[in-house]
Design a protein around this ligand. Structure first.
Ligand SMILES: Nc1ncnc2c1ncn2[C@@H]1O[C@H](COP(=O)(O)OP(=O)(O)OP(=O)(O)O)[C@@H](O)[C@H]1O
Ligand SMILES: [Mg+2]
Length: 475
């Protein structure tokens, strides 16, 4: 992208305008100051000459000497009488001073005329001249006339030119340094901005590992720090999006996979019914099977919804304190059939009656249902034992069985959705959607509790859950 007026030039132009204005103002003031100084010096020297000439009085030799000396410096002087007629240096023609009545009167009053510029010299020649006039008062205090001292302005020019040259030289040097300084300054400033812009481009291209080093000096540093924060937040957000997308994909795959089996079964049975290949008894059986499969599908959908709701914090726990035995007895009642079918015995700890727990009653029941059901499901002709204990801080429950058990690898995965340890166990009569334990874990964590498992293949499994007794502690 081409920039129409890059920042670099903007800053440079800004600096230059300010510095140049400063330089111009300073050099002009210097010029006028210098010129005034020059003129003041000239005026002072003219008055000094005038004093000397006055001291010389009417001594023509001395006047001649002064005349010679002053002429060398292009300075001319003339002595005039009270009427303004030149009396020295004398000449054939009468020369009248070229100033007005008013000025003559001022001289007559004893006042000098300060340095002025006039178009004619003392003799009335057309030469621009810088001149002073000073009155001559004799020893008796009587006004006798005046002295005029002048120098052609063209001779002043030399000094003026020198002054101009000096100032121009200073002007050029400061302008060049101003340009160099502005370029350097703008370069460093713009370099920092460019660094930010380059970093932003890299972020836009997907590089989030960028960090801009900065101190804490100015706004650009603050901008860099904010930029770093923004990139960090963006990166976290991006990871979250990727993670969510992955979750969504696996979820869709898993759901599709889980639904295919029951749907294929139902489809096959419907086809059989359509072509009337079943006898009455088979028909009844296939309808029962279809109902079982649809129930399984409904359960799958409900459990998925439940999982998602818990995951996205959309459920509210109604926690209170109650004896664990109440919930456990209800669950045991509910699962009697399953226990009987698998020939398992459910045994409770003797002192379980005294144990209290602080939890959401229904969610707690859900935990026990899942753990107990799993234990019964993966154990046959065994004992499933529920133990409980409590201390000041926690209530601890264990659900143990002496069934199939699991390998360490399996244990690691049981908290993942749809995970079933052994594919050959998939088609057991109970559950088998692989959602039970992930939901249990979420519920336990919502209660600020923990859940652990220890298991040995062929020996059995123990699940331990630990709930804080929050209310008792007034946490
Ligand atoms: N007590 C246990 N003994 C042996 N294996 C177990 C036990 N509990 C869980 N597992 C293993 O962990 C897997 C996951 O259990 P989970 O409860 O999450 O799913 P499921 O029981 O297969 O299906 P669902 O509970 O959703 O009906 C089970 O398939 C099983 O392989
Ligand atoms: Mg289960």
């Amino acid at each position: 992208m081409r920039l129409r007026f890059p920042y670099f030039y903007q800053i440079m132009a800004g600096f230059l305008v300010v510095i140049m204005t400063l330089i111009i103002v300073t050099s002009t003031s210097f010029f006028y100051f210098g010129r005034n100084q020059l003129l003041n010096n000239l005026e002072a020297s003219f008055f000094h000459y005038a004093e000397l000439i006055q001291d010389a009085g009417k001594n023509p030799e001395r006047l001649e000497v002064y005349n010679d000396i002053l002429r060398n410096q292009q300075v001319e002087y003339g002595i005039f009488d009270a009427q303004g007629e030149m009396i020295y240096p004398s000449s054939q023609e009468n020369i009248h001073v070229s100033i007005g009545e008013e000025e003559l009167n001022r001289l007559a009053e004893g006042k000098s005329l300060l340095l002025r510029s006039q178009t004619v010299d003392l003799r009335g020649n057309d030469i621009e001249t810088a001149i002073i006039y000073t009155p001559i008062i004799n020893d008796y205090g009587i006004y006798e006339g005046f002295i005029g001292i002048g120098r052609p302005v063209s001779h002043l020019g030399g000094q003026m030119n020198e002054l101009k040259q000096n100032i121009t030289r200073a002007f050029i040097i400061s302008t060049v340094s101003a340009i160099i300084l502005s370029v350097l300054f703008s370069y460093f400033l713009v370099k920092r901005v460019n660094r930010l812009s380059k970093a932003s481009r890299r972020v836009a291209e997907g590089d989030y590992d960028i960090y801009i080093d900065h101190s804490n000096r100015d706004e650009i540093d603050r901008l860099s720090s904010d930029f770093n924060k923004m990139v960090k937040a963006l990166n976290e957000w991006r990871k979250e999006v990727v993670h969510l997308e992955e979750r969504r994909k696996t979820f869709m795959q898993d759901v599709a996979h889980e639904m295919r089996t029951p749907l294929t079964t139902i489809n096959g049975l419907l086809e059989g019914l359509e072509y009337g290949v079943f006898d009455k008894e088979q028909e009844m059986r296939s309808i029962k099977l279809m109902r079982k499969e649809t129930t399984r599908l409904i359960r799958l959908v409900n459990e998925n919804l439940d999982y998602e709701n818990i995951q996205s914090n959309r459920i509210v726990l109604r926690k209170n304190e109650f004896p664990v035995i109440e919930a456990i007895e209800e669950v045991r009642e509910q699962l009697t059939n399953i226990a009987e079918e698998s020939n398992n015995e459910i045994v409770l700890d003797d002192d379980i009656e005294d144990i209290m727990i602080y939890a959401d009653y229904d969610r707690f029941k859900q935990i026990i249902v899942n753990l107990l059901k799993n234990a019964l499901q993966f154990t046959s002709e065994g004992v499933v034992h529920i133990g409980a204990e409590q201390n000041k801080e926690f209530t601890i429950l264990t659900v143990s069985d002496n069934g199939l058990g699991m390998t360490d690898d399996e244990i690691e995965n049981i908290w993942d959705r749809y995970y079933k340890a052994d594919p050959s166990r998939k088609n057991t009569k109970y559950g088998e959607s692989g959602l039970g334990l992930p939901i249990v874990k979420q519920i336990v964590e919502l209660h600020d509790g923990t859940i652990n498992v220890s298991s040995k293949i062929g020996e059995g499994t123990v699940f331990t859950i630990k709930f804080p007794r929050t209310r008792l502690q007034n946490r």
